[in-house]
Design a protein around this ligand. Structure first.
Ligand SMILES: C[S@@+](CC[C@H](N)C(=O)[O-])C[C@H]1O[C@@H](n2cnc3c(N)ncnc32)[C@H](O)[C@@H]1O
Length: 249
């Protein structure tokens, strides 16, 4: 049974009656955005605008500042344990308000962090994070994007690409576009770590915001674009609902 089946939703509503009205509100809002926007990226940008206006930490999925700090550290510690060095150049796709980015920026040499996001609003919040954590001197790049073609970035430039909780909100077309283009901006031997919502059953989406993929689907898609794909088993032991994959160029 997938999360968008009627039976699943009815059972969920019986278990959590207090969540029915907020959910109905979200459905109405999302329908309104869908009617006003052209495609998924445009739609998701509108969702981010609305969520960021209320609370940037919640907009990236953290219910409190404490959880925001904790999940940022989990991402950072994992990547350092798995090879990130201060001299690396890093591209972070969907950097949000720098939940982990603030730690990457602090660790990497000045100017070596490059964050992109489809939401200008969350990038304004990211600038606030730079000020709050006194990271101005590290001069990170923060850039809004329309798509994941990276047309404006140079060839073979980045050692590491990172995307946490971005493909969990992306339809296959967006992920395929990313895989088709990201290799160009990566150095030979560079790697790309991303998380995804994993299903072992049928692939599905919920409210056009959360997308569930089988590991094989994403691995095959990446291999079609010249990557070697590895499932990161040790990430599964961490307290996080998504899974992680590493692509090596
Ligand atoms: C759940 S938040 C995670 C943010 C950050 N990676 C972190 O862990 O704090 C997802 C972010 O990805 C961005 N995003 C979603 N789809 C994107 C896309 N196709 N290209 C670039 N950014 C995207 C959203 O605007 C949002 O800032």
């Amino acid at each position: 049974m997938t999360r968008n089946s009627l039976l699943h939703q009815a059972r969920y509503a019986l278990r959590h009656p207090d969540r029915v009205i907020p959910h109905a509100r979200r459905l109405t809002r999302d329908l309104w955005f869908r009617l006003q926007t052209r495609d998924h990226v445009d739609y998701y940008r509108a969702v981010m605008r609305s969520d960021t206006e209320r609370n940037p930490d919640r907009a990236v999925g953290s219910k409190s500042r404490e959880r925001w700090l904790k999940l940022g550290k989990t991402q950072f510690d994992y990547l350092v344990k798995h090879g990130l060095l201060p001299e690396h150049r890093m591209l972070e796709i969907g950097c949000g308000n720098l939940r982990a980015g603030r730690l990457f920026i602090d660790y990497l040499h000045s100017g070596h962090y490059y964050g992109v996001d489809i939401s200008p609003d969350i990038l304004f919040a990211a600038q606030q994070t730079l000020a709050d954590f006194d990271l101005r001197d590290k001069l990170p790049h923060l850039t809004p994007v329309h798509d994941l073609r990276f047309d404006f970035l140079p060839d073979e430039y980045f050692d590491v690409v990172h995307a946490h909780s971005v493909f969990s909100h992306s339809p296959p077309r967006v992920i395929e576009e990313c895989f088709a283009h990201v290799g160009r901006v990566m150095k030979p031997g560079g790697w790309f770590d991303f998380t995804f919502d994993r299903t072992q059953g049928r692939e599905h989406q919920v409210l056009r915001e959360d997308f569930y993929y089988r590991t094989e689907t994403l691995a095959e898609m990446a291999e079609r674009h010249g990557f070697k794909a590895m499932f990161m088993d040790d990430w599964e032991r961490l307290p996080h609902k998504q899974s992680k994959m590493r692509l090596v160029k």
